[in-house]
Structure formats: C-alpha cells, structure tokens
Design a protein around this ligand. Structure first.
Ligand SMILES: Cc1cc2nc3c(=O)[nH]c(=O)nc-3n(C[C@H](O)[C@H](O)[C@H](O)COP(=O)(O)OP(=O)(O)OC[C@H]3O[C@@H](n4cnc5c(N)ncnc54)[C@H](O)[C@@H]3O)c2cc1C
Length: 421
C-alpha cells in the first residue's frame, strides 16, 4: 500500500511522522506543501487544510498520534518488527524551550491519559493547575495565547492579596504558572480544534494531535467576540482561519489578511509574512493594543498595515473571494486567498464548546457551587462563568475549587478535600 505524507517546512509533527515511519521500516513519499504548490492544491481539493496528513492508500490520517498510527499500520499488516528509534525523539527535542513554563507540544505531552486538562492559562487555569498538580493529578494546561488573557494584559495589579506593590498582570501570572509547573503541571500553547466531552475519557483535539483526559476545566476568560461577520462562518476552514500556526503553510505565495490589534494578531501576522506573498493587516482602532509586539512587521515590504479599518464581511460564492472592510465612512472589498481573524470583545470565549456544555444566552458556562457543568467531569470558572465580580483573585479561587472538585471526581472521593502539606 502506498504511504504519502503531506508535510510543511518547519512542521515538527511532520518530522516526527517521517522519523517514525522510517524507524518502522516503511517507505513513504513526502509531499511538502510549502515547497510545492501542487501538493497544497491536492489537499485543498480534498477539503483538507492542515498538515501533517498521512494517506494510507486512499485513507487520510490528519494530524499525528503515534500509537493510533501504529495501530492502524498494524491492522493493515504494514508494520514491521522495528521499534521507533531515538532519532524520532531527537527531531522534537531540537527546539525545546527549557527555560520557559510553556513546553513544546511533543508526542510525550500528547501520550498520557491526563487527570485534568485545563483550557486557558489565566489566573483561573493557572491556579487550578497549582491545586491539581499539588494533589498529584496529572495536569495539562492548554493556552492558545498566553499573553492575551485579561490578567496578562493588565499593566498594573495592586489588589491581589499578598502581592505588595504593583506588579504587572503577566508577572503575577508567570509566578502562578511557575508554581504549578514546579508541582508537575505541564503548560503548552495550542488551539482547540474539537472536543469530545461525554464519556469517562474526554478528548481534546489540537492541530498537533489529540489529548485524552478524565476531566476538563474550562477557564478561557471572557475576551471573546459577540458576533461573527456575515460570511465568516461559511468560509471557516475554507479560507477563514483563527490560527496561523495551524494554517499558514496553506497560504504560501498567496495574499492574506490578518484582522485584529492584539498580541496574537501581531504574532500570527509575523508568522504569515514568512509564507504569504502579501499580508494586509487590518487594525480596527487607531493603534495596536499595548501588548502587541508588532515591530518585526515594520519594514517588511510585503506587509501592509491598515489602521482604523473594521472587518464587515467575508465574501465569496463557492470559494472565499475577499473581505469587505470599512474605513471611516467608506467600504471597500479586498480580494484575498485567506483571512485570519483575531478580534476580541468582552464575551466568554466559549463558542468552541458547542451545545454539549450548557451556557446562558450570553455564552457564560452554567455551573454549580463546585463549578461542575452539566457534563460529568467538566468544570468551568473564572470569567468564563457569570461571576459576581470579574477579578483575578476570584478567578484564582475558582481555579482552586475546580481543581479540588476535579480531584474528587477523578479519584471518586466522597468529599472535596484540600492538600495542606
Ligand atoms: C484591562 C483590565 C484590567 C484589570 N485589572 C484588574 C485588577 O487590577 N485586579 C484584578 O483583580 N482584576 C483585574 N481585571 C480582571 C481580571 O484580569 C480577570 O477577572 C481575570 O483575568 C479572569 O481570569 P480568567 O483566568 O478567567 O481569564 P483570563 O485572564 O482572560 O485568561 C484566559 C486565558 O484563556 C486563554 N484562552 C482563551 N480562549 C482559549 C481557547 N479557546 N483555547 C485555549 N486557551 C484559551 C487565553 O489566552 C488566556 O490566557 C482586569 C481586567 C482587564 C481586562
């Protein structure tokens, strides 16, 4: 059976798959979508917009989970006796950020069955990680943009108990994250693609693979947008994206837009500038937000920043054609191959939970006093629930409650207990 790996330049999981296939003694053809536009078009035609993708004959396997791949190859009678060698691990360890709290999302991180996966690494998520890891729960925190949450953006915080003087929100958060990390929690940066929350083992799918966990704490804050623009939903995954890490390679030598003013928008515009022929950045206000590190974009001749320009619509019939933007009183259509949207508001960012987790009309997750949602083993807190006051200390307290409630759930305890020593 023919094995074809669609990869992109710089994709760590592509390296990992290639290393593992080689170690398993399997011949394969590599099709790099960054280097060859025809391969990119192949995937586009098949309606697939991310790499790695491994075709075993006609069957595509999107993303990479070594054990699942091994099982599939075994079922197909393709696997030979060889075990993966150290080369595969080396490919991933090259870029290890040993100093950082956030670790690279390697196969080792995806492999275990977690006791608790925390979605969002703000004060709610980080405090939950401190308590959970302290209680010896195997804990993973996934944050899509660790400097973009409400606390991370707060320049001075003077009312957090026990912290004298004024520290920045990010400094305070880094302390919480370090503390959790020292107790054994793992922090990774990634985007949630889909979730399966029901059942004893829940799964969280990321561009890098799937994570399995016994419980989940939703701590995504409330910086989400109220509404999408016309056409946005229709072209999601077909030209509308929210993640350059996932999809930048699909826009090699294309024209793309980035819409937003925050750190995430700036970072992803920089990433897209490495692939795209032309990048238009539409900043809704007069200036970038203060957390946005946009300087690397200055001086890039193929990047055009348009300030005071608001996204109104995504256009197209069968394929995305462009976007309509408004500047003061004038609207115009900009023709594009793709648009990356990073707009924030003050709504809980809980749309990705779908209908399985009960929310109120404004999108706040409905929880009881132990922060349990309507689904067993799924908890929510911080600004993502309707709190009486949105404050860092309240979010951190929610994290503590959720972690102890998760401990009770995972370990079948009769009551919620704190670990004192
Ligand atoms: C300008 C400003 C000033 C403030 N000043 C103070 C103050 O002085 N004192 C005080 O106590 N409180 C202050 N607050 C309020 C406080 O910051 C919030 O109540 C608190 O940060 C909420 O914590 P949280 O963990 O729920 O959410 P956040 O701090 O918003 O963190 C949420 C995290 O989730 C991540 N995330 C979001 N969506 C996803 C997703 N789909 N997948 C993965 N990760 C995701 C985000 O990147 C972020 O890191 C301020 C808020 C603002 C906006």
């Amino acid at each position: 059976m023919e094995i074809v790996v669609y990869s992109s330049t710089g994709c760590e999981y592509c390296k990992k798959i290639k290393g593992d296939l080689a170690n398993w003694g399997l011949a394969f053809e590599e099709r790099n979508v960054t280097e060859n536009e025809a391969f990119f078009e192949d995937l586009h035609a098949k309606g697939i917009y991310s790499v790695p993708v491994t075709f075993l004959g006609e069957t595509p396997i999107i993303g990479y989970r070594p054990n699942a791949m091994k099982k599939k190859l075994d079922e197909l009678g393709l696997l030979q006796a060889k075990e993966p060698g150290p080369e595969a691990a080396l490919a991933l360890s090259e870029e290890t950020e040993a100093e950082s709290v956030f670790t690279p999302l390697s196969a080792d991180v995806l492999e275990p069955l977690y006791d608790l996966v925390v979605i969002g690494g703000g004060p709610a998520g980080s405090s939950a990680a401190v308590y959970a890891a302290r209680s010896r729960l195997k804990t993973l925190v996934i944050d899509k943009s660790p400097t973009a949450g409400a606390l991370a953006l707060t320049h001075k915080i003077a009312n957090y108990p026990g912290v004298l003087g004024e520290v920045s929100g990010l400094e305070l958060l880094t302390l919480m994250r370090r503390q959790a990390s020292q107790f054994g929690a793992t922090f990774v940066r990634s985007n949630i693609m889909s979730l399966h929350m029901t059942g004893e083992v829940k799964t969280v799918t990321l561009p890098e693979g799937t994570v399995r966990t016994k419980s989940v704490f939703v701590a995504v804050g409330s910086r989400g947008r109220a509404t999408k623009v016309p056409g946005e939903e229709r072209f999601e995954g077909r030209g509308v994206s929210y993640c350059a890490t996932c999809d930048a390679a699909f826009f090699q030598d294309r024209t793309v837009a980035v819409v937003g003013d925050n750190a995430e928008a700036a970072e992803d515009a920089i990433q897209l500038a490495r692939f795209a022929r032309e990048v238009h950045v539409f900043v809704p206000g007069k200036e970038w937000s203060q957390d946005a590190e946009f300087h690397p974009l200055e001086g890039l001749s193929h990047v055009h920043v348009h300030k005071g320009t608001v996204l109104k619509e995504v256009t197209g019939v069968d394929r995305l054609r462009g976007i309509v933007v408004r500047t003061t009183d004038k609207e115009r259509e900009v023709l594009l191959d793709g648009v990356f949207i990073y707009l924030s508001g003050n709504r809980p960012g809980t749309d990705f939970l779908g209908d399985v987790i009960a929310k109120d009309d404004a999108g706040f997750v409905l929880v009881d006093e132990y922060l349990r949602t309507n689904v067993a083993g799924v908890f929510a807190g911080g600004d993502a629930r309707r709190t009486p006051v949105k404050q860092a200390v309240v979010a951190a307290a929610d994290g503590a409650i959720a972690a102890m409630a998760a401990d009770k759930y995972v370990n079948n305890r009769t009551r919620v207990v704190a670990q004192y020593s």
